[in-house]
Design a protein around this ligand. Structure first.
Ligand SMILES: Nc1nc2c(ncn2[C@@H]2O[C@H](COP(=O)(O)OP(=O)(O)OP(=O)(O)O)[C@@H](O)[C@H]2O)c(=O)[nH]1
Ligand SMILES: [Mg+2]
Length: 419
């Protein structure tokens, strides 16, 4: 599989499962390593990691020094194995060096050589904690490791050495512990002293490694299956919970709309009943009597009637407004706002400010066409009200997320088929 295809798929999956970055990085490393098992060294600086790798490879490939030496990852392919040298771990190490070390131990390694020099005595708390993390990881991924105790030639005598090894075995009870000396191995080879080579512990380590290397391919398969099984189940859980949220939100939106309309109808019915005494008059309609210059300052029957109509109209509006307020339908949407704040209300937008004539009152509140218009317009403003819009945005976001989840599900399946 082309790595660019993998990377695109990886991004899609990480969009919805960001906490799975390590698993995806591991899949990517397996893909890039191809057929070659990766053996990495892990341990504090100056414990002899690079030198041990050189002995195992049989060549001075990685640079060795009596100071902090390795600062980046370097790899070498030999005997169909990818040997990976990594910087030493330490509390005061630069973040970038440490990232390389982290990549080596968590992402790249098929087999971990956990390196500890007997010169240092037993594990320090940091090493112990790290060791326990590896054990945990081994239980989950089945990746293999060896605890290599280096520089055994530096122990003052056999008793001290045996004591150190013993106490480390107590700290790491189920570890595969192998004591070695790179110096002894090299001296044995250079001076043709097979016994010294034997006593260096390197041939035994090599043998152990060969057995482990044979298992790598099956273990990788196990790792891949496990990662994909987990990814698929997490994605499908996300899908279910998102679908449930969408359903709930849809139900809420629908119930709100139904209850808004139901209550509005009740208010409109009540207003209609309340207005009947004013709408149903027998005889002359005084409101139609025109004002004239002559009675400008007089109280006339026409003025009194029109005043009654205006008051009835205001009452109806107040009644309807209290319904709107209950549903948060108050201000106009931003796009419709004017620069006169007091007029920017849904009430004014739909109802206007005054009604003087009986026929207008009847048209607005009593006739079906008028009532339909009120229902239509108030429902419109209800739908664009702030709370309602917020819920709809939430719904839209969830639907977009669901789409991303479904995409991630598809690419996960494609990846699984291709890897
Ligand atoms: N006596 C003795 N010295 C060793 C042995 N292995 C490594 N050394 C020495 O220990 C020092 C550190 O070795 P390196 O292999 O560079 O150590 P490292 O763990 O790779 O160190 P960093 O790259 O800094 O993390 C060097 O001087 C090595 O020659 C050994 O088995 N015996
Ligand atoms: Mg090194």
């Amino acid at each position: 599989m082309d790595i660019r295809i993998f990377d695109a798929a990886q991004n899609e999956i990480l969009t919805i499962l960001p906490e799975r970055d390590r698993s995806l990085a591991r899949l990517r490393a397996i893909l890039l390593a191809g057929q070659f098992p990766t053996v990495t060294v892990i341990g504090k600086y100056n414990h002899g990691k690079s030198r041990l790798l050189n002995e195992l490879i049989g060549d001075d490939i990685f640079s060795v020094a009596d100071k902090r030496e390795t600062v980046t990852l370097s790899e070498h392919l030999k005997h169909n194995v990818r040997w990976l040298d990594a910087p030493g771990l330490d509390a005061d190490v630069a973040a970038i060096d440490d990232q390389y070390a982290q990549d080596a131990m968590w992402t790249e390694a098929d087999i971990r050589l956990i390196i500890h020099s007997v010169r240092e005595g037993e594990f320090d708390p940091y090493e112990l904690q790290l060791f326990q993390q590896f054990k945990q990881d081994e239980q989950q991924t089945r990746r293999q490791s060896v605890l290599v105790l280096t520089q055994i030639d530096q122990a003052p005598d056999q008793d001290v050495l045996a004591h150190i090894i013993d106490s480390i075995k107590k700290q790491a009870p189920d570890a595969n512990v192998m004591p070695v000396s790179a110096t002894r191995h090299r001296q044995g080879l250079v001076n043709s002293k097979p016994l010294l080579v034997q006593r260096s512990g390197i041939p035994e380590l090599q043998q152990t490694l060969n057995g482990m290397i044979e298992k790598v391919s099956a273990i990788r398969q196990f790792e891949k299956n496990k990662i994909f099984t987990e990814l698929k189940s997490e994605i499908s859980e996300l899908q279910n919970s998102t679908q449930t949220q969408i359903q709930q939100l849809n139900t809420t939106l629908q119930q709100q709309a139904e209850s808004f309309l139901h209550d509005l109808n009740q208010v409109l019915d009540k207003v209609r009943v309340d207005l009947q005494p004013i709408l149903q008059i027998s005889g002359k309609d005084d409101s139609l009597e025109p004002d004239s210059f002559a009675n400008m300052y007089k109280v006339t029957a026409g003025k009194r009637d029109r005043n009654r109509i205006q008051v009835a109209y205001s009452r109806a509006c107040i009644e309807i407004n209290s319904h709107l307020v209950r549903y948060g339908v108050i201000g106009l949407p931003d796009t419709q706002k004017s620069n006169v704040r007091s007029l920017d209300t849904v009430m004014v937008a739909v109802m206007g400010v005054s009604v003087k004539l009986r026929k207008d009152l009847k048209l607005i509140f009593d006739e079906e066409s008028g009532r339909d218009r009120l229902r239509r317009e108030f429902t419109h403003y209800f739908e664009v009200s702030a709370d309602r819009m917020q819920l709809k945005n939430q719904l839209q976001n969830l639907e977009q997320r669901l789409q991303l989840i479904v995409q991630a599900q598809q690419v996960t399946e494609t990846l699984e088929g291709a890897l």
